[in-house]
Design a protein around this ligand. Sequence first.
Ligand code: UD1
Length: 422
Amino acid sequence: MARIEIEGGVPLNGSVAVSGAKNAVLPILMASLLTDAPCRLKNVPHLKDVTTTIELLAQMGAEVGLADQFTIELDTAGVAHQEAPYDLVKTMRASVLVLGPLLGRFGKARVSLPGGCAIGARPVDQHLRGLAALGADVYVDAGYIVAEADRLHGANIVLDTATVTGTENIMMAAVTASGVTRIENAAQEPEVVDLADCLNSMGAQIEGAGSNTIVVHGGKPLSGYDFTVLPDRIEAGTFLVGAAMTGGHITTRRSNPRTLDAVLQKLEQAGAEINTGEDWIELDMHGCRPQAVDVTTAPYPGFPTDMQAQFTALNAIAEGTGVVRETVFENRFMHVLELQRLGADIRLEGNAVVIRGQPKLTGAPLMATDLRASAGLVLAGLVAEGTTVIDRVYHIDRGYENIEEKLGQLGARIRRYAARAA
Ligand code: UD1
């Protein structure tokens, strides 16, 4: 299996370009299923989850090609199989995002139930409840979610939790429904807004995306899209935390500071000087060690759960004691045991961890367990004395484009080793 080796102790310095947002690319690629007209998506990052999505669409009969390195062209006119099979869904839960568009365009969809997940139960009940409210017959058959409808109609849907992919699934189905759909307690994440912008560019009429009430005037004819995806706020945030942990000074280019308010405020509390422009963020630690910060994850605009592992790592080498509380997912502290192997002083208390910052961490072999946990381990490796080797790098590749190359540009001593022959 491929692994990443890091020689810690070098402050991050310089500038780095941020890629397109994974969590916007995936639903927007799936949205191509809503139309038989060609679509084109720009600023697409090279990620395992993107490859999986392309594979999924191609298996259904879509034609997918590259116009250039970062631009994908899709034509779903020939889609003949409205199914997401288990072998793909089990590697990427976001495959469930085909449910809404397939149901909307073809009146039927079969998607394997995702099954267990490394970061808690993660049910999809809200997706199913929403689609049922729009008039679909939704049931489980042989491990597959089946949704069927002759026609969908608008509805008032109040979500129990502000689920991101659930909001997206319902929004995509609702653009094909007759009449008006109101989604209340909707997710407000910037990626939901990006999807709504893209759907509106196709002819949909969606209002309120970015607030907790989204109104969809359904049944409008939908054309293809030619759309550029927004920058990845989690990738940008990860580099900034890396700079804060190493006492560095970096600028993230092609990044959107307005989507990172909660994270930038915590970095300022940790002692960073932050300057921002329209599409860049500069962080300067002036060579200092960070101060510990308390963090509680929450749906947007709260502090993102996808930055939790990185701030746990930051607290591990900070001055003082920080408490990190996870309220979005259960069981999202797999990185804690691995950070302890580097010498971190972390105590798990229910859905929180109490971290007493140490003056130094020491490199060790580590195992990546899930996407964001892995990012925390990489950041810890940047400060740990000696060599940190991270195994199971495929978790990182699901969401970070060439992480070793980009951190290398910032001066980190980091290398990837290809899988050893069996
Ligand atoms: C998305 C993101 C992921 C991020 C998460 C939270 C994508 C592709 N992934 O995941 O990176 O960590 O948002 O910001 O966009 N829930 C239910 N019932 C449901 C759906 C969700 O109870 O039907 C619960 C989940 O178990 C979880 C919470 O709601 O506790 C939030 O999950 P959700 O927003 O759905 O996460 P994802 O959309 O899967």
